[in-house]
Ligand binder design. Structure first.
Ligand SMILES: [Zn+2]
Length: 248
């Protein structure tokens, strides 16, 4: 079997909704193919705005963090993923260390489609944390679930969000330390990739999963509209590029 067909895999994301937006179809596909699929989320999306409506009062509150973790769980359920963790909390916390939080570091738009660091000062922000600490937390969960493949973003973090870039760096470091191969996510078929999966048969599952992320986005037909107004087509195609040696 090729390395991208039903691997036992740990997919590392930065915020609730990334798992569905960038890899929802892939996660559902792998689950249906019989793979053990584990999803890590680094933060609780603390900095994100809230879609105007009944959830608006949650913005900036601790309740929003809890709500977004619940949205994430709902989305993962639609995709069939039964194993998930938040970085800094067991099982994704290094042995002997008290649980900690890695906060959403926020972002600002540098161009209409490229994100850069936000002007916030939060010592708990994921990008302020020691990358080695985060790597050890990820390695703790890797040691428990023993995936055959790690998956995270490309060097640009998909679209530049500093938390995505950091999650990729941490996953790559964990790959190097564990010897488990890593593949990066390629969202544009014109970019170099080793394998492209067209998974439109997962469209309905992805839409149901997106429906759980109502504090962050809304679905309009085949598009998703983000809280900031950006509209993009719902993705069901995803490419993978292997970085660190072929998986068995
Ligand atoms: Zn994100």
């Amino acid at each position: 079997m090729s390395w991208y067909e039903a691997p036992d895999v740990l997919v590392a994301h930065a915020h609730p909704d990334d798992e569905t937006l960038s890899t929802g179809a892939l996660l559902a596909h792998w689950v249906q193919a019989g793979a053990s699929v584990h999803v890590l989320t680094a933060t609780r999306g603390e900095q994100g705005e809230v879609v105007a409506g009944p959830l608006t009062p949650l913005e900036g509150t601790e309740d929003l963090h809890r709500h977004r973790v619940g949205e994430l769980a709902g989305a993962l359920g639609e995709l069939g993923v039964t194993s998930s963790a938040i970085l800094g909390e067991p099982p994704a916390r290094a042995a002997g260390r008290a649980p900690r939080r890695y906060h959403d570091s926020g972002m600002r738009w540098v161009t209409p489609t490229v994100a850069g660091p936000a002007d916030i000062d939060d010592p708990l922000a994921f990008t302020q944390a020691d990358p080695d600490e985060a790597t050890e937390d990820l390695l703790a969960w890797i040691g428990e679930v023993r995936p055959g493949l790690l998956v995270s973003y490309d060097a640009h973090g998909g679209y530049g969000h500093p938390d995505h870039v950091r999650m990729r760096e941490v996953t790559l470091a964990a790959s190097e330390r564990s010897g488990i191969p890593m593949a990066e996510i390629v969202n544009d078929p014109d970019q170099p990739h080793d394998h492209w999966l067209d998974l439109d048969q997962q469209f309905a599952s992805v839409v149901r999963a997106l429906g759980h992320h109502a504090s962050q986005l809304t679905v309009h037909g085949r598009d998703v509209v983000h809280v900031g107004g950006q509209r993009e087509a719902i993705r069901t195609g995803v490419g993978l590029r292997l970085l660190t040696g072929p998986a068995s």
